[in-house]
Design a binder for this molecule. Structure first.
Ligand code: IDP
Ligand code: MG
Length: 138
């Protein structure tokens, strides 16, 4: 397996409820290195650009206003097989369907306010990491 980098986000519901420390602890305990991390509030244009692949979906407007409703934490995570392993640690999009022990099972509020984001493929990681971090930050 190769060392990969992926984008992790802690979404506004995670910060609002003070879960960011617990989520970051799980990331570290599961062998990820946090290469870069910042707490920011997205503009509407940034949220719409980030989620452009979902622009035609019925939940797009609500998702973008939720993602700009408060601050988020963006991280570049690195380890062997980071992309798939971070998705596995996050759990399914719908927390009711997420496996026991996953972040979404334990912390998410609902299908939209599901606490974390992770790139779903090498192509998305390649697009999403530079959305938040320049190479100069590593
Ligand atoms: P993912 O975050 O597990 O990759 P995606 O299908 O890429 O899930 O959807 C992006 C985000 O959009 C989800 O994490 C969630 O916040 C929101 N979302 C997805 N599907 C729904 C839905 O059916 N209702 C409300 N929000 C949704
Ligand atoms: Mg996705």
């Amino acid at each position: 397996m190769t060392i990969e980098r992926t984008l992790g986000l802690i979404k506004p519901d995670g910060l609002e409820r003070g879960k960011q420390g617990l989520i970051i602890d799980r990331i570290l305990q599961n062998g990820f290195k946090i290469l870069a991390m910042k707490q920011i509030r997205l503009t509407k244009a940034q949220a719409e650009g980030f989620y452009a692949e979902h622009a035609a979906r019925p939940f797009f407007g609500s998702l973008c206003s939720y993602m700009t409703s408060g601050q988020i934490i963006a991280m570049t995570l690195e380890k062997e097989n980071a992309i798939a392993d971070w998705r596995k640690l996050m759990g399914a999009t719908n927390p009711e369907k997420a496996d026991a022990g996953t972040i979404r099972k334990d912390f998410a509020v609902d299908m939209e306010k599901n606490s974390v984001h992770g790139s779903d493929s090498p192509a998305s990681a390649g697009r999403e990491v530079p959305h938040f971090f320049s190479n100069l930050e590593f």
